[in-house]
Design a protein. Sequence first.
Length: 276
Amino acid sequence: MDYGVGDDIVYSATHLEKVLSSQETLVINSRDEVSTAGRFTVGDIDEFNFQSYIAVPINNQHGVQGALVLESFTSSHFDDSSCELLEIVASELGILIDWWDTFGNIRETASRDGLTGLFNHRVFVERFEDELQRAKRYGESIVLMILDLDKFKRINDTYGHLYGDYVLKTTAKLLKESVRAIDIVARYGGEEFAVILINAHKDTTMQTMKRTVDSVASYEFKEDGITERMTISAGAAEFPSDGENLRDLITVADEAMYEVKRKGGNDVGLPEKSST
């Protein structure tokens, strides 16, 4: 049986279970010593004609993380020196896993806006460049949306920054829920947000873009006895028809968004050459 990264393995009544539960090295010198129903999962004993076997638990400060397993066609292949060497390797792997988990948490924290939990501006730029290269390679298009809450300064001035923060966090949630899981939503700065619609065209995603705007307009922002209605203005630009790099696309989307604001807000704007 072949296993892939991320596959779930039911390892009860197996060699692997013995190692993970005891957190001790297991050595089998001969196939005659096999006393379980499986190596990694029940029923896989006969899938590989091993004659000797060694499994060393991988531990770190968070407990057992897995096992390092070697099998051989030769009986009594693994001696004491093999055990010592593999236990050293397993120990180092445990440290590396711990480091990688810590690094991953730090990296995730550094990639997120502290208030909304969305990707921050830096990661937005990185992700857009990645998607841009992919779109160029496969001949696809991308739609970039820039969105800005209308009259947000009034909210902060009237109710204070705590309520303003609530509005920003709630808006971020509404935008995330309005697009596909593959699309990228980021806090662009202040009360501005950016959305990258993957493999999309302005004409075919207008419904999605309007849904993001409508999700804000239809929501009652209730917090600490305060109830407010908000609107948001959006501008969109498409790669490659409106620009071939992030700078140009942001300029086009910004201009479309500010034109919406000049007309009262609460809508999606397209570049003039794309308007109907």
